[in-house]
Design a protein around this ligand. Structure first.
Ligand code: 5AD
Length: 339
């Protein structure tokens, strides 16, 4: 399979779906057999200082009711989830960029969870000072997720006003240097982008030697300036997932919630296209509906207490098995790690 820029473009356009999905599935099977890692995500707060054009929890969306979960509730949710013994062995703490939680508060939450249950903790809390990342790492955080969202610089400035592309890339490097398993990814089909941008981003992402990679289709949100734009294409997202797997055989790759939101079969089709991670929301229902990054997110009750059994049954019926481990990264990093 030709995986240079023109080759990737052709595959993204659907030139050889059969071979693409078969190779992605075989690569997945070779390194992960039929295992699926569950990562339970707790959405701490939908308050955000940023104003990203695509995102429903952007600062300028005044019609959204905002919430913050108290730290004690976050810890008990994580403990409860692990005690279900259903394979929720990683807890992801995600939030808008909300300075209500001080660096020490997050460190306390991480310690509070790790002291009580044997889980890995992933943080997805946006851009912070590297010294804050260090504090959280020392508190026991294992992984950090921070999507770059797009590699098209010009569009980056439009989509993420006030943010700096280079700084975000640099922070990803700092996170790697601190010994976090580090993840990033993009949104498929942002307005103003085409297949060239997708091919570029696949090659750029794959150079970064990340432990986790994810992509989801753009879903227009009515409370944003992009409300009337077209959404990202489902099939292109599956192809992109397959290419991520082929180019990054050892990475942990989710079938993203955005993919499942555009089509419920995205969960299983994403896994078949090479993904090996599913991230059910553990956020309490009353808050979950308000964590509306895009419409439809979290309303299919992608929730542990409501339908985790249903999700697991669906995954198993497709021939996959829920992993009993924490799904640590298999990516081998060269050079010394600044601990
Ligand atoms: N459509 C699809 N994905 C989105 N995200 C944010 N807004 C949207 C949207 N409108 C994704 C981004 C972010 C993740 C939490 O959700 O990739 O990093």
């Amino acid at each position: 399979m030709n995986l240079d820029h023109p080759g990737i473009k052709a595959l993204l356009a659907g030139s050889n779906d059969h071979a693409l999905f078969q190779e992605a599935f075989e690569t997945r099977a070779q390194h992960f057999e039929n295992q699926v890692h569950l990562r339970g995500i707790i959405e701490l707060s939908n308050v955000c200082a940023r104003d990203c054009a695509y995102c429903g929890i952007r600062r300028s969306n005044r019609s959204l009711q905002r919430y913050r979960l108290p730290p004690a509730e976050v810890i008990s949710l994580a403990v409860l989830a692990h005690h279900l013994k259903k394979g929720l062995n990683t807890i992801v703490l995600q939030s808008g960029e909300d300075d209500f939680y001080k660096a020490e508060d997050i460190a306390d939450i991480v310690r509070g969870i790790k002291d009580r249950v044997s889980v890995d903790v992933t943080l997805s809390l946006g851009e912070h000072d590297p010294e804050v990342y260090r504090m959280w790492r020392e508190a026991g955080a294992d992984r950090y997720l921070m999507k770059i969202e797009t590699f098209n610089r010009e569009n980056y400035q439009k989509m993420r006003p006030g943010c700096d592309f280079e700084k975000r890339l640099e922070l990803l490097g700092r996170l790697q240097g601190l010994g976090y398993e580090t993840g990033s990814g993009i949104i498929i089909g942002l307005p103003g982008e085409g297949i060239d941008d997708l091919a570029d981003s696949l090659l750029r992402l794959s150079e970064l030697k990340l432990d986790m990679l994810g992509c989801g289709p753009f879903i227009p949100h009515p409370g944003t300036p992009l409300s009337d734009e077209l959404g990202g294409d489902y099939q292109t997202t599956l192809r992109y997932t397959a290419l991520l797997r082929i180019l990054n055989p050892l990475a942990n790759i989710p079938a993203t919630t955005a993919l499942v939101t555009v089509r419920p079969e995205g969960r299983v089709e994403g896994l078949k296209a090479g993904a090996n991670v599913i991230m059910p929301s553990l956020t309490p229902a009353r808050n979950r509906r308000l964590y509306e990054i895009y419409p439809g997110k979290n309303i299919d009750c992608d929730c542990v207490l409501d339908n985790l059994d249903g999700i697991i049954a669906e995954i198993e019926a497709a021939g996959f098995r829920i992993s009993e481990g924490t799904g640590k990264s298999k990516v081998v990093h060269q050079g010394s790690i600044e601990k």
